[in-house]
Structure formats: structure tokens, C-alpha cells
Ligand binder design. Structure first.
Ligand SMILES: CC(C)(COP(=O)(O)OP(=O)(O)OC[C@H]1O[C@@H](n2cnc3c(N)ncnc32)[C@H](O)[C@@H]1OP(=O)(O)O)[C@@H](O)C(=O)NCCC(=O)NCCSC(=O)c1ccc(O)cc1
Length: 140
């Protein structure tokens, strides 16, 4: 896989784990949304605040498929990576991986869709499209 990779590191917090001492599975989805939020702000140049509150746009998830490969525990240092599998007209396919050291903990593919104030799909604005494009995976 080539193309740019967006990475974020995050420690597993007390509020992330359940009574079994491992990350409760919905928490991974909240963490993924945090990664997408950071990607928009830090790499695409539009914070979620600006996107939602000023542009009245948003990027709801249309589909997500996840695999929980190994448990994560309190104070594990997780590394999140995001790449783009496909940049469509209004959609964008994302690939997420979460690793701890060399161990894969979680992976997912997610489709987000750019929508306007009416919550109907709208084509990606050209400046955003240009910022997303470098993250598209190219064939090996
Ligand atoms: C996502 C939708 C707006 C898409 O509208 P539809 O009318 O179904 O889409 P269309 O058929 O016109 O297709 C539009 C594009 O989406 C793609 N699409 C639509 N559905 C799918 C699925 N299931 N898989 C893959 N791609 C899809 C489709 O291929 C089109 O791609 P392009 O050709 O690249 O443009 C609508 O299905 C919807 O509102 N679904 C519910 C969304 C939802 O509630 N998600 C969960 C919570 S949202 C959330 O957490 C959030 C996070 C961050 C935010 O900024 C906002 C919200």
C-alpha cells in the first residue's frame, strides 16, 4: 500500500475499558471518529467545528465493517492509521488499523459521505477533494 498514511497515538483510558479490563467494543468506534476528526483538522485543513457549525455540512458513516483482532487493555499505547481506499463523488472509503507495538488489535473499513445541511449527499468541495487525494492507496 502506498499513498499518505495519517497516524495518531492514543493511550487506553480508564473510561475505555469494561469490567473484563479490555476495551469495550463501541469505544473503538468513538476512537475512530476521533481519528477522522483529527484527520480533517490536521491534514485536510477543516475542523469538525468549521465543517458542522459554519459550513453546515457533515460526514455521516454509511457503512462500516470491523474486525477485533486482539484485546486492548488499560494504558496500552495504541497507534491508529488511516488511509483512503476510494475517493468517490460524495463518498470516501477509509481503512483504519489500530496497533500496539507490532500487534494488530483492530481493523475496519468505513464509508463516509459528504452531506449538506439537508443531510443529502453533496459532491466533495474541490479543495477538500484535493486534500484527500494524497491519502488514496495506490495499487502495490
Ligand atoms: C449516508 C447517507 C446520507 C447516504 O445517502 P444515500 O441517499 O443513501 O446515498 P446515495 O445512494 O445518494 O449515495 C451517495 C454516495 O454514498 C455511497 N454510499 C451510500 N450508501 C453506501 C453504503 N452502504 N456503502 C458504501 N457506500 C455507500 C454511494 O456509493 C455514493 O457514493 P459516490 O458515488 O461516491 O457519491 C444516508 O444513507 C444516511 O443518512 N444514512 C444514515 C447515516 C447515519 O446515521 N450514520 C451513523 C451516524 S452518523 C455519525 O456518527 C456522524 C459522524 C460524523 C459526522 O460528521 C456526522 C455524523
Amino acid at each position: 500500500m502506498s499513498g499518505q498514511v495519517f497516524t495518531v497515538e492514543r493511550r487506553v483510558r480508564f473510561a475505555d475499558v469494561d469490567a473484563a479490563g479490555i476495551v469495550f467494543f463501541p469505544r473503538y468506534f468513538e476512537m475512530l471518529n476521533g481519528v477522522v476528526e483529527d484527520w480533517f483538522a490536521d491534514a485536510l485543513g477543516v475542523s469538525f467545528g468549521e465543517l458542522h457549525l459554519q459550513r453546515h455540512s457533515s460526514v455521516p458513516t454509511a457503512a462500516i465493517e470491523a474486525r477485533f483482532a486482539a484485546p486492548s487493555r488499560l494504558e496500552d499505547d495504541l497507534r491508529f492509521s488511516l488511509t483512503v481506499t476510494k475517493l468517490g463523488g460524495a463518498s470516501c472509503g477509509l481503512r483504519h488499523r489500530i496497533e500496539c507495538g507490532d500487534e494488530l488489535r483492530f481493523e475496519a473499513t468505513q464509508t463516509i459521505v459528504h452531506v449538506g445541511a439537508s443531510l443529502k449527499p453533496e459532491p466533495w468541495p474541490q479543495p477538500l477533494r484535493e486534500r484527500i487525494a494524497p491519502f488514496v492507496e495506490s495499487p502495490r
